[in-house]
Design a protein around this ligand. Structure first.
Ligand code: HEM
Length: 552
């Protein structure tokens, strides 16, 4: 028997050296990151406590569901309202800077330098290719210059008949819900309608009104794709393509993209056939000639003079006034400067941006009108003054008189902005108006939802009040305190299209149905997966209005 004490339990076991090694490597990496220029500068910005290496990721534990994530982002940013800036570390090398001060936002959005989208937008690439929403540099500049004129007001005015015929179809589809009189989710109806109307206007292809549900299937696939892209942002193991490709999401994505690209391919094919026929038939050309009637839009949101002016206001001359897909095909034919692949990615981009945003926006308008019956009564008074007893379709001039409905739409987009945040990647240091400096390589997130509910900008920011958009109220606020369509050189090209379409669609629907909602705003469960939605569904009831029938 040994007289020596047993020291084997004190000796390092098999795990000791590997653990020591990993700890030393982590400690070394932490020290390196801490002393880098990026970290030193970012850590001067206000933000919640970040832990070594994982940064603020620990705060996401237990919040990996879209509604909780949005709630967390809103609550955490409220602690930095005074500063207008908040920094988060998503791991050791990924700083994200949230901005919600209009003067700081202007520094980024009005710039011709900070135009690059954040790296997260690359997850859209299998879907949108290198289209206008995500591309950058010279390609973005030339494509933006090419596409913006297709959304000039004089082109949009020629879409009024299609807006009306689709509004009428929507009213007919909703009839069964009105007859039932029970609660239903209006978002599916709005999605299908906004896809169809986009195909018939910007793409210039008839959907045939034949009961074909490809628009609906497309809209549902888009919703699922948005969910996948959103999950990649906060489930960190999905951020890397090398891991994502082995997940079940990759397989699902393939299926959704088949539906999405199936529709865009078929739209392009149909349009090409029509385009070729048009080219060889002068009579058809005459028939499709644009309506370039001159109408005064001063004093409305469609007129940007009193608001944020952008390239949608540039007069591009009569010649260039063509609808979107006509313009692209013509450019390819005449200049040879566009490839088929480029046309495809721009069609996919416009199809996505043009439908999901307006489907969410219009669904929120209906929910809010269902809750605020006094506001709905005022909208109806205005519509009755415009249309009287007539069930005629809306004209462009009618839409200019829908000033109160316009304020309702603007206020809805303030409280529930369909694009709740915008993210840019900085390629150089930026000094903000508030004095803070953000270093190059940071991701900057503009918190639209947060700016729109800032108590120092909007009196009673959580109260729905269309009068927030009376001209004098708008004039008294900072330009960049209302940015549902972003602003500056990279603002939304479909802004005027969206407002015009929403007015025709909503006014037609309201002339036929009274909207009712038993759900209060405090019960809305919001989720921000790319586009802001209600997780609990856009639940409303409809009651037929006896006086006016569907506009013919
Ligand atoms: C209520 C409706 C809409 C809202 C709230 C909205 C909002 C926005 C926002 C915030 C952006 C900037 C996104 C970013 O920087 O990440 C954007 C960009 C864009 N939107 Fe819209 N949008 C709407 C409707 C439309 C429509 C109807 C179209 C086309 C028909 C459209 C086409 C685009 C395009 C192509 C871009 C990219 C522009 C660029 O990067 O140069 N949008 N939109």
């Amino acid at each position: 028997m040994s007289v020596l004490p047993d020291v084997s339990s004190l000796l390092p076991n098999t795990f000791f050296y590997p653990l020591l090694f990993i700890s030393l490597v982590l400690w070394y990496l932490h020290q390196r990151f801490q002393s880098s220029r990026l970290t030193t500068m970012v850590n001067k910005l206000p933000g919640p406590t970040a832990l070594p290496l994982i940064g603020n990721l620990y705060q996401l534990i237990g919040r990996l569901r879209p509604p909780q994530l949005l709630q967390y982002a809103i609550a955490e940013s409220a602690n930095y309202e005074k500063e207008g800036v908040v920094r988060f570390w998503l791991g050791p090398t990924k700083p994200v800077i949230g901005l919600f001060n209009p003067a700081d936002i202007e520094v980024i959005l009005s710039s011709n330098v900070h135009l690059d989208k954040s790296t997260e937008y690359r997850w859209f690439q299998p879907w949108l290719g290198d289209g206008l929403l995500i591309n950058s540099g010279e390609k973005w500049r030339t494509h933006r210059k090419l596409i913006a004129p297709a959304f000039h007001l004089n082109v949009l005015k020629s879409f009024i008949p299609q807006f009306n015929s689709n509004a009428k179809r929507l009213v007919q589809r909703l009839r069964k819900e009105a007859e039932r009189g029970t609660e239903f989710d209006v978002h599916d109806y709005m999605s299908e309608s906004t896809v169809d109307v986009l195909i018939e206007t910007a793409m210039g292809v008839s959907t045939g009104h034949s009961g074909d549900r490809s628009g609906f299937e497309y809209a549902m696939a888009v919703m699922k794709m948005c969910d996948i892209v959103h999950q990649r942002a906060y489930k960190f193991w999905l951020r890397l393509d090398s891991l994502f490709q082995f997940s079940h999401f990759a397989k699902e994505q393939e299926g959704y993209l088949k539906t999405i690209h199936g529709l865009s391919n078929s739209v392009i094919k149909k349009k090409k056939e029509l385009f070729d026929r048009l080219q060889s038939d002068p009579k058809l050309q005459q028939q499709f000639a644009e309506d370039t009637e001159n109408v005064d839009v001063t004093g409305t949101f469609l007129d940007s003079k009193g608001y944020i002016k952008d390239d949608l206001d540039d007069d591009v001359g009569e010649k260039k006034r063509q609808a979107f897909l006509d313009l692209l095909l013509e450019t390819k034919k005449v200049n040879g400067t566009l490839t088929d692949a480029e046309i495809k990615e721009e069609v996919d981009t416009i199809m996505f941006e043009g439908h999901d945003t307006t489907a969410a926006g219009s669904s929120f308008v209906l929910c809010l009108l269902g809750i605020h019956q006094d506001v709905q009564t005022k909208v109806m008074q205005e519509l009755n003054e415009i249309f009287g007893d007539s069930d005629r379709p809306a004209t462009f001039n009618d839409t200019l008189q829908m000033k109160y409905l316009e304020r309702v739409i603007l206020e809805t987009l303030r409280m529930y902005p369909p694009v709740p945040l915008i993210a840019r990647k900085l390629n150089q240091d930026v000094k903000l108006a508030t004095g803070y400096t953000i270093p190059a390589n940071c991701t900057v997130v503009i918190g639209t939802f947060k700016v729109h509910r800032h108590p120092q900008i909007y009196e009673n920011p959580n109260v729905f009040n269309p009068d927030n958009f009376l001209p004098e109220k708008m004039a008294s606020r900072h330009y960049y305190s209302y940015i549902p369509f972003s602003a500056g050189p990279r603002s939304c090209v479909g802004r005027k299209y969206a407002m015009l379409k929403l007015k025709v669609l909503l006014s037609t629907l309201l002339r036929n149905y009274k909207v009712v909602s038993n759900v209060s705003e405090s019960e809305f469960v919001l989720r921000g997966d790319i586009i802001l939605k209600r997780d609990d569904g856009f639940r409303i009831k409809l009651e037929p209005r006896s006086r006016v029938q569907a506009a013919a």
